[in-house]
Design a protein around this ligand. Structure first.
Ligand code: NDP
Ligand code: HSE
Length: 440
């Protein structure tokens, strides 16, 4: 059979990985796909750097339009990143009848609806396994492996940079900025690392997973997004003392009134497997009514781990590209005509439990005032921890930290209670609130 001719847009961290994996494992891959996967043309502005990777094995250009307009290319692999040029190139490739593989979660989270619809009309495939959790085959797991289930919820550590930062801060007591710089050096971080630390990259990935898990449109613009920049080391420490780890989780749930879609630091019981996912590793826990809980774990970033997912998409494509479009797996796993319009709930409507840290005056009656407010909001306390004043503020200190864990409540009620507690004269600083998930 004829080789599948591939055009690579971008020969950076992931692009170079794809080239290397195809070169090293080409024979083994062909035994699976039945066709040779051959990169015939690549584009990168720095053509000398591209040459250092591909040598004479493929044509090299600084112009990505040459790749998408090349009539001899069957599949365009977009590994440039960004939303503007990448979007135009992907839409042009689709219009030219080419299949597309991309690792670009930002592009699909923001423009996925338009791109998937263009591909559907043109009868081509847009594949994006590498866009969520790098090398972990989580798209395939949710879209195909769990297709018998009604998926209720999923939660994931889906940003390696922030998990690496949290692990290093907790284990080695290193400062945030130093660990972020190391994550950038190691190639985990996005071109703009605020996407990592502010939770945006995780929100991109979560909105794609939510769409596939529940058969809803990609709704990145509705995702609640809170990163790790406000986290304090003392909360990481207090959480440990109470038997929890703090992780940046992407969480999506299907409840009667709609869909929860949120990324934020989260306390997770230390005994959960996902609480022990450290460094740049990723993990996703998904719950289906038939299978129960499924945990996927692996490298969520890096050159060859991400290339592994890109090449797996190419192998899948080699099997279905000549098939009639109706017989391929739908892009979100559900038939487009059967997508649900379940709304993303506002945060005030979500139900979860909370960790609160209050810096308070160390005097009689303070605890009673605070617990009275929680009781009036019908919020039940699960655990309480008060540090000795001397431990918090040194000898002669008249203030202390009070840590409260609550049972599940509606976030709107918690917001009201927090506003009332913050206005008490005995509460001396802004209250820290971190959401807590049991993930049982
Ligand atoms: P890099 O920055 O390492 O590579 C980007 C490549 O695109 C470079 O070769 C760059 O080369 C080329 N490029 C950018 N703009 C242009 C342009 N206008 N014309 C031609 N070439 C261009 O990024 P990564 O490989 O890390 O990431 C690629 C994609 O994969 C992104 O969408 C990212 O989010 C995603 N991803 C990355 C992961 C990772 O671990 N790195 C993991 C999962 C997904 P030059 O500057 O010479 O033009
Ligand atoms: N910046 C991303 C991360 C790369 O840290 O997880 C993988 O998508």
């Amino acid at each position: 059979m004829e080789a599948i001719r591939i055009g690579l847009l971008g020969v950076g961290t992931v692009g170079a990985g794809v080239f290397q994996v195809l070169a090293r494992n080409g024979g083994e891959i062909e035994r699976r796909s039945g066709r040779r996967l051959q990169v015939t043309q690549v584009a990168r502005r720095d053509t000398a750097a591209a040459k250092a990777v591909v040598g004479d094995a493929a044509g090299i250009s600084s112009d990505p339009w040459r790749v998408v307009n090349d009539p001899n290319i069957d599949v365009v692999v977009e590994l440039m990143g960004g939303y503007t040029l990448a979007k135009d190139l992907v839409l042009k490739a689709i219009a030219n009848g080419k299949h597309v593989v991309t690792a670009n979660k930002a592009l699909l989270a923001v423009h996925g609806g338009e791109i998937f619809e263009a591909a559907r009309r043109q009868g081509v495939v847009v594949a994006f396994e590498a866009a969520v959790a790098g090398g972990i085959p989580i798209i395939k797991t949710l879209r195909e492996g769990m297709s018998a289930n009604r998926v209720d919820w999923l939660a994931g550590i889906i940003n390696g940079t922030t998990n690496f930062i949290l692990s290093e801060m907790r284990d080695k007591g290193l400062a945030f900025d130093a660990v972020l710089a190391e994550a950038q050096r190691l190639g985990y971080a996005e071109a703009d690392p605020t996407f990592d630390i502010e939770g945006v990259d995780a929100a991109h990935k979560l909105s794609l997973m939510s769409a596939i898990a529940f058969g809803v449109p990609v709704q990145f613009d509705q995702c609640y997004t809170e990163g790790i920049t406000q986290l304090q080391t003392q909360d990481i420490r207090y959480a440990e003392q109470l038997g929890y780890r703090i992780k940046l989780l992407g969480i999506t749930k299907r409840v009667e009134s709609g869909v929860e879609l949120r990324v934020h630091p989260t306390l997770v019981p230390s005994e959960r497997l996902i609480a022990n996912v450290e460094g740049p590793m990723n993990a996703v826990v998904a719950h289906g009514d038939a299978v129960g809980t499924v945990l996927s774990y692996g490298q969520g970033a890096g050159s060859e781990p991400t290339a592994s997912a890109v090449v797996a998409d190419l192998v899948d494509l080699s099997r279905v590209m000549d098939a009639d479009a109706a017989h391929r797996v739908p892009v979100l796993g559900f038939q487009p005509a059967h997508l649900s319009d379940a709304a993303v709930l506002p945060m005030s409507e979500i139900v979860t439990s909370y960790y609160l840290r209050l810096r308070v005056k160390d005097e009689a009656g303070v605890l009673a005032q605070l617990t009275a407010i929680l009781a009036e909001s019908n919020i039940s306390i699960d655990a309480l921890l008060q540090r000795e004043a001397a431990e918090v503020g040194g000898e002669d200190s008249h203030q202390t930290d009070l840590i409260v864990l609550t049972h599940d409540t509606r976030e709107g009620l918690m917001n009201q209670a927090l506003a009332r507690m913050a206005s008490l004269p005995s509460v001396l600083a802004p209250i820290t609130r971190i959401r807590k998930e049991n993930l049982a």
